[in-house]
Design a protein around this ligand. Structure first.
Ligand SMILES: NC(=O)C1=CN([C@@H]2O[C@H](COP(=O)(O)OP(=O)(O)OC[C@H]3O[C@@H](n4cnc5c(N)ncnc54)[C@H](O)[C@@H]3O)[C@@H](O)[C@H]2O)C=CC1
Ligand SMILES: CC(C)CC(=O)C(=O)O
Ligand SMILES: [Mg+2]
Length: 364
């Protein structure tokens, strides 16, 4: 284990800076306890970068991220930039950094913690015990295809191209199999092969790669049916592997199985151990600046970073245990509170996690 890690911190827009502040404080506490220095260097991305640098992804941010051991990202976007042309939208910065860093594998675990069963809008018997992972392809598909707008005989025309190569599909399918192999060995590949050519290629590649993983049971689901099954009987899922847009949509849906999108962490991984860690949710403009956002998705993303990029498994587990302990003690931000009048704010939740971490952790 190294003694000094460089972490690029990209808070972004809306609630991004609020939740990131709490996550970085947790990381610094981990550093103190483990005798490791985390040098956190901030960069701009998204709307804030458009306002300051005239682009959603400044060169300096890409450089900072490439020189770091790992990246932490808050969220980007907001109504202020919603009418901007595509190249000047905050989300273009996020897609850009994913592409620049080769972050092709987005790992989004959705685990229902027992103390949050009542926070879900679904019946307790449906959601209790849910433990699934969405493996989402992150640098291909329709989000990255050529986009066009032009005038046609029937008015304006818009095009978004969806392209997948065999190699792109194979590497993400392999990630799905590798993860499933270490879990319940059940992989559901989600596509729309009854309609889309890219999905037919996806399915063919999944079938071919399956031969290398005879210990894992592969099945296929069409994305519309999968969306239905996720709310009907979510416990049937172990690992879901799917393309970029389907994974984006299904992971927000999976978030609600666990109580709130404010709980869902994610890792966006390149080949090797480099990764960018980000909550699944967005910049939540409706609650930005109010100090009420749930910082736990970002704090749990720090735990994923410790485990997957920095090899600090024990520290990762300690952070996760601290989060679960705080929830078991009944503390809730508004998004997961049964009684909103008792909800606590972003800073208070971050402090409780750090207090719990300090309590649990035996100094080395
Ligand atoms: N990774 C990213 O940076 C993402 C950015 N976005 C951007 O974020 C902006 C808002 O998008 P929305 O569709 O509203 O999605 P959103 O995820 O920001 O918010 C959806 C709902 O969930 C709530 N929510 C989200 N995170 C929360 C948290 N940590 N604590 C408590 N409540 C939380 C919000 O208040 C809102 O009611 C848009 O500009 C969108 O493009 C959306 C998704 C991901
Ligand atoms: C810019 C969007 C693709 C962000 C998003 O919704 C996500 O990554 O989940
Ligand atoms: Mg999304």
């Amino acid at each position: 284990m190294k003694k000094n890690y460089r972490i690029a911190v990209l808070p972004g827009d809306g609630i991004g800076p609020e939740i990131m502040q709490e996550a970085v404080k947790v990381l610094q506490l981990v550093g103190e306890r483990e005798g490791v220095t985390f040098t956190c260097e901030e960069g701009r991305i998204g709307g804030i970068a458009i306002d300051t640098d005239g682009t959603p992804l400044p060169e300096a941010t890409v450089k900072l991220a490439k020189q770091a051991d790992a990246v932490l990202l808050g969220a980007v976007g907001g109504p202020k930039w919603d009418q901007n042309p595509g190249h000047l939208r905050p989300e273009t910065g996020l897609l850009g950094i994913r592409k620049e860093l080769g972050l092709f594998a987005n790992i989004r675990p959705a685990t229902m913690h027992s103390s949050l069963v009542e926070a879900s809008t679904l019946k307790p018997e449906v959601v209790s015990g849910v433990d699934l992972i969405v493996v989402r392809e992150l640098t291909g598909g329709i989000y990255f295809g050529e986009k066009k707008r032009y005038d046609g005989p029937n008015g304006e025309v818009a095009e978004d191209q969806c392209i997948y190569t065999e190699a792109e599909v194979e590497r993400i399918i392999r990630v799905g199999f590798e993860i499933a192999r270490k879990r319940q060995k059940r992989l559901v590949s989600v596509d729309k092969a009854n309609v889309l050519e890219s999905s037919r290629l996806w399915r063919k590649v999944a079938e071919r790669v399956a031969a290398d993983y005879p210990d894992v049971e592969l099945s296929h689901q069409l994305v519309d049916s999968c969306a239905m099954q996720l709310v009907r009987a979510p416990k049937q899922f172990d690992v879901i592997v799917t393309e970029n847009m389907f994974g984006d949509i299904l992971s927000d849906q999976a978030a609600m199985l666990t109580g709130s999108i404010g709980m869902l962490a994610s890792a966006s991984l390149a080949a090797g151990s480099f990764g960018l860690y980000e909550p699944v949710h967005g910049s939540a403009p409706d609650i930005a600046g109010k100090g009420i956002a749930n910082p736990l998705a970002t704090i749990l993303s720090v735990a994923m970073m410790l485990r997957l990029s920095l090899g600090m498994d024990e520290a990762a587990a300690a952070v996760e245990n601290a989060v679960w302990s705080v929830l078991e003690a009944g503390h809730r931000t508004g998004d997961i509170a049964a009684d909103p009048s008792k909800a606590i704010g972003t800073v208070a939740m971050g402090q409780l996690v750090r207090d719990e971490l300090s309590k649990q952790w035996q100094p080395k």
